[in-house]
Design a protein around this ligand. Structure first.
Ligand code: TYC
Length: 101
């Protein structure tokens, strides 16, 4: 008796999309010293003094500044570490994340 051969009727389309990137955002406050913000930006985001100073000043003047973009995990880890560095010194320094459009 011949075997029944069942042919698949559906095809699987492989579609690979890039992971969405997430912004790390520095939020201004009235208490964290400017130099401390700069030192955290340099340590956690590998910025130069000049880059860090510009980002700090933008957040200071406008309320927020985008620091950099990363995959979600990296963005969240860096934001948490940077926020914790401020908390360890008793400062309200805050870094948040949000997905890019
Ligand atoms: N506004 C703070 C001050 O005047 C400095 C500061 C800048 C704090 C940026 C947080 O995200 C910040 N000492």
């Amino acid at each position: 008796m011949p075997e029944t051969v069942v042919k698949p009727k559906t095809r699987t389309k492989t579609k690979v999309e890039r992971p969405r990137l997430h912004k790390v955002i520095l939020v201004n406050d009235d208490y964290t010293p400017r130099e401390f913000v700069v030192s955290v930006l340099k340590a956690e985001f590998r910025m130069t003094e000049d880059q860090a100073y510009k980002v700090m000043l933008t957040a200071h003047q406008r309320g927020v500044c985008v620091v950099a973009v990363f995959t979600r995990d990296v963005a969240e880890t860096k934001a948490t570490r940077a926020t914790d560095a401020g908390r360890a010194k008793g400062y309200p320094l805050l870094f948040t994340t949000e997905p890019e459009e």
